[in-house]
Design a binder for this molecule. Structure first.
Ligand code: URA
Length: 216
């Protein structure tokens, strides 16, 4: 297979999707990763947060956003008045992509367009089951997975954007009917790497507050 499509069960709840995703061989990333890191949260969530891909700790633990970026995100969510438990957290790509340096250390590698496309059927299936009012795209990869390759986080962050119909995710065209809204922001990892962390964090927080405001 060269995408996840054949692995996605047609009639399944989130637990069923998660179980099936554990055996996904839709791209080559499963070969080196420890496990699939599926989304976390309930089908009743009105807010879905989409990251890039699991990091080193997420890969070991099997849960999204449990490493350093997740801790920063937790803090920002709390300050924005969003309960992590009320949101559904997931990633555009569900296996950790990395290279090995000096034997042991695993260095994160950005997923490519083929991996994003290969994994998209899982994201679509999650969104179909949840049907959130608001999706937060954390960073450029998530933004491109949802809105297509023309997405630019610097230009489009912090303002509600129409979400394309789920079957057109990542290939949005003019005239598509909106299907809830997307608020894009920077990835929490980029805040951790920033030269001006306070300013970067303030930007993330202000974008999350826009999302919180849409939820009412
Ligand atoms: N970064 C992400 O994009 N997702 C995670 O789950 C963890 C770190």
């Amino acid at each position: 297979a060269n995408d996840a499509g054949p692995f996605v069960p047609e009639k399944a709840d989130l637990a069923g999707l998660r179980e099936a995703a554990a055996g996904c061989r839709g791209c080559a990333l499963y070969e080196d990763a420890t496990q699939t890191v599926f989304g976390d949260g309930g089908a009743g969530a009105r807010l879905v947060m989409v990251g890039e891909q699991p990091g080193d700790q997420e890969d070991r633990k099997g849960e999204p956003f449990v490493g350093p970026a997740g801790r920063l995100l937790d803090r920002a969510l709390e300050e924005a008045g969003i309960e992590r438990g009320d949101a559904y957290l997931t990633n555009a790509v569900k296996h950790f992509k990395f290279t090995r340096r000096e034997g042991k250390r695993r260095i994160h590698q950005k997923p490519g367009v083929t991996e994003m496309a290969a994994c998209r059927p899982w994201l679509v299936a999650e969104l179909r089951l949840i049907g959130p009012d608001v999706i937060v795209a954390l960073g450029a990869t998530a933004g491109r997975a949802l809105l297509g390759s023309a997405f630019r986080v610097t230009k489009q962050r912090g303002v509600p954007l129409p979400c394309p119909p789920y079957d057109r995710l990542g290939t949005a065209a003019e005239g598509d009917e909106a299907n809830g809204r997307i608020v894009a922001t920077v990835h929490p990892s980029s805040v951790l790497r920033s030269d001006d962390r306070d300013a970067a964090y303030a930007g993330l927080l202000s974008d999350l507050k826009v999302a919180a405001g849409l939820l009412g």
